[in-house]
Design a protein around this ligand. Structure first.
Ligand code: AKG
Length: 244
């Protein structure tokens, strides 16, 4: 599959690109079966290696709802397969080259009516260290139909060229965000998706999404990839782009 020249050019210009029908319907159905009832199952027992942040409700008796689940490959063999399938890795290779490491696999459950907004941010604001460069690429895979009503992802086109912006920090999930947290922006482009679609975006592309005000879940999985050995000292891409 890979990327066409036009898709690659779109990514270079905008910092994201949508790939429709990235993952086949039967694979999405398998994932759907594997994550059915996940809120309830994870409330009862959490497998080793999984990390969860929950939606925060004022009513302490409200049923618990997962906001995000780290290491989703542990709870779904289908997700574990998707993150290493050729359809996915051909595109990641086109974007970052052949030396690919998995950075994380994370489920975003954004439950019907309860799922909260995700504030505007650049992923690199979370991932920056002294010895790495913003070479990572994220793929958000749709497990449900996503649109304006249930809070589909939105991007600020071209923002991957703006460098790392100053972020604010709070002790919450998605606690690294641009001033203003989440609010509607005139320069944002929403990306509606169907189950199986994947949108690829760079570690510097500003993105966020509104709350789920619909009666439909908006479940997504993000697979983040890094260039193996990404550090400012040893990464060719970084050295090429940062002459002394
Ligand atoms: O689910 C979304 O709308 C955005 C997810 C996101 O920003 C992230 O995981 O970094």
């Amino acid at each position: 599959m890979g990327l066409t020249a036009a898709e690659h050019a779109f990514y270079d210009e905008n910092g994201y690109v949508l790939k429709q029908r990235l993952i086949a319907p039967d694979a999405i159905s398998q994932i759907d079966r594997e994550i059915a009832g996940l809120h309830e199952r994870m409330t009862e027992a959490m497998p080793d290696g999984v990390g969860i942040s929950w939606e925060e409700f004022e009513d302490e008796h409200a049923p618990k709802r997962i906001r995000q689940l780290m290491h989703s490959e542990v709870v779904s063999e289908g997700l574990n397969r998707a993150l290493r399938c050729d359809e996915m890795l051909d595109i990641i290779e086109a974007l970052i080259g052949p030396d690919i490491s998995l950075y994380h696999s994370k489920l975003l459950m954004k439950a019907a009516r309860d799922g909260t907004a995700i504030p505007w941010h650049q992923d690199y604001a979370y991932w920056k260290r002294d010895d790495n460069a913003p070479l990572m690429v994220n793929c958000q895979l749709a497990l449900d139909r996503a649109d304006d009503e249930n809070g589909c992802i939105q991007f600020i086109p071209g923002s991957h060229e703006w460098g790392l912006q100053e972020h604010e920090r709070a002790q919450t999930s998605f606690g690294v965000f641009l001033p203003g947290h989440y609010r509607q922006r005139d320069d944002a482009v929403p990306v509606p998706m169907e189950p199986g679609d994947g949108v690829f975006f760079s570690a510097l592309t500003i993105h966020g999404s509104g709350p789920n005000e619909s009666h439909r879940d908006r479940r997504m999985n993000t697979f983040a990839y890094n260039v193996t050995g990404n550090s400012q000292g040893q990464c060719r891409e970084w050295l090429r782009g940062h002459a002394l």
